[in-house]
Design a protein around this ligand. Structure first.
Ligand code: CA
Length: 195
């Protein structure tokens, strides 16, 4: 289940936000100050943070700055109307979106969903490696060249990767090719060689 940590000191707002997020299917943790927010991000590892900027003691911007040092947890800020500077600073620190108070709880839920969608898509993007026309999707184990998927089924002949990687298969061959050389110089093999 997707967990949202709500950091809000105004109990009534916290309650409304919690109820709307729960109704939308999220697991919700609510804390009322910055110190607890940082501790909860570390311990509960929420999927997203709804962070009020106006908190007693350690304010929301300070919390966001601290969390961004060691976590990419998406942050949706709750800001007071007119706090344009805070919003800009928050976005520059690394918050992902904001909602201005007073806000519609439905809009907040929609923004939470949108940010989760965006950040998850971005995270999946890390699994795709591109070089020129070649695209390697490590998650799906697919390779395409110029948009056309390449069939990577190993051939059934004796040149299958298994037989090429087998050192015994190379022991009688003078023309030991690249895969065998790679095996000979592999770290595992190097460790077993007395120096
Ligand atoms: Ca507040």
């Amino acid at each position: 289940m997707t967990t949202v940590l709500v950091v809000e000191d105004e109990i009534e707002i916290a309650r409304v936000v919690r109820d709307y997020l729960r109704n939308a299917g999220f697991e919700v943790i609510v804390v009322g100050d910055g110190g607890s927010a940082v501790a909860s991000v570390r311990s509960a590892k929420p999927d997203l943070l709804v962070l009020d900027l106006g908190l007693p003691g350690r304010d929301g911007l300070d919390v966001a700055r601290e969390i961004r040092r060691w976590s990419d947890t998406p942050i949706v800020m709750l800001t007071a109307r007119g706090d344009e500077t805070d919003r800009i600073v928050g976005l520059e620190i690394g918050a992902d979106d904001y909602v201005v108070k007073p806000f519609s709880p439905k809009e907040l839920v929609a923004r939470v969903r949108a940010v989760l969608r965006r950040t998850r898509t971005a995270a999946r993007g890390d699994e795709i490696v591109r070089a020129g026309d070649v695209e390697i999707d490590t998650a799906k184990m697919r390779v395409s060249v110029g948009g056309t998927q390449v069939d990577l089924t190993p051939p059934s002949s004796s040149s299958s990767p298994r037989s090429r990687a087998n050192p015994a298969a190379c022991s009688h061959a003078r023309s030991c090719s690249t895969p065998c050389t790679a095996w000979r110089s592999s770290p595992t093999n190097a460790r077993s060689t007395p120096t």
